[in-house]
Ligand binder design. Sequence first.
Ligand SMILES: Cc1cc2nc3c(=O)[nH]c(=O)nc-3n(C[C@H](O)[C@H](O)[C@H](O)COP(=O)(O)OP(=O)(O)OC[C@H]3O[C@@H](n4cnc5c(N)ncnc54)[C@H](O)[C@@H]3O)c2cc1C
Length: 313
Amino acid sequence: MPDNSAGNNAMENSVMKNFIGSRAMPDLVYHSPKEISDLLSMVDAHGTSARVVAGCTDFIPSVRTGRWCFDQELNLIDISKMPVLNQIEKTDDVLKIGASVSLTRILESPEIKEGCPVLAQAVAQMASLQVRNTATMGGNICMASPAADTVPPLLVSDAWVIIQDAQGEHKVLLTDFFKGPGRSVLTSGQVLTHICIPVKKANEAAWFQKIGTRTAVIISVVSAAVRVTISNGVCDTARIALGSVAPTPVRVAEAEQFLEGKPLDDQVIAECARMAAQAISPISDLRSSKEYRKDVARTLVKRSILACREALK
Ligand SMILES: Cc1cc2nc3c(=O)[nH]c(=O)nc-3n(C[C@H](O)[C@H](O)[C@H](O)COP(=O)(O)OP(=O)(O)OC[C@H]3O[C@@H](n4cnc5c(N)ncnc54)[C@H](O)[C@@H]3O)c2cc1C
């Protein structure tokens, strides 16, 4: 005879909540705001039970695999239908990309191809067409994965994000955004609304490369982005960022400083790549050993600087 005591029902409920697969979705209330003011009222009103989502390409797999469980009712706030967050704007100096712009639109945007081609280059290597059609750069950043492929190109481009809450707008440099795997400066009641990127200048070049365990639809084992500006044959500014080699995507400051003020000859490039690999302490995991990650980081940095040098000839 089944025991219908309250204790057993509670246990069955908790088993159902943790069920891996199609029935894993938690009890939720779906919200679809159209204006920023509605969005901010909703995140403010629902506090820690609010979850802002865009493409859901990270949210749904995380729930269905049991990685994320929700004990309390969830208020799912979908920003994908907000026209105000679905725009790519370009001024003379800055590209401003709304948090609900899909990766496909980023890939196809003439403004981004011209103003930040390294971002388009990275997006082209992400996921599949179906995933890119709904996934967003805002979601990729807010997930705060060390392997987020849009982040190294944004870090080398000196990008910043705009976060909004009941108090107003806050500008946060992307270098200050990440706190650890899955953790960022975002707190309850806050929404990332825009990503801003200084527009590429004539004397600069940037490059992105990633290595995975296969060539398509794969999480990076290591990714690297480099941006350099050149004057009179000498490197003026250098930015080097790596993904999947630390708890957050990182810039490697010593290697950047080494490059600045030097000509981009083979010896300088090789030493800079060595320094970049030296600066990181990756972990070994299912996808790769730490030794392999260091070796690949050196190779990707070297190849990326060589590609920049070629583009600036
Ligand atoms: C098959 C497959 C392949 C993939 N390949 C890659 C890949 O090659 N490279 C890669 O980097 N990623 C990859 N991903 C991961 C994922 O697609 C990306 O991270 C994507 O950009 C997430 O965007 P989204 O809009 O779907 O995020 P969502 O799933 O909607 O949200 C992700 C997280 O961010 C939060 N969030 C989203 N938007 C905001 C906002 N505006 N403000 C505050 N919080 C917000 C959500 O609450 C959630 O915690 C892949 C995923 C799948 C399923």
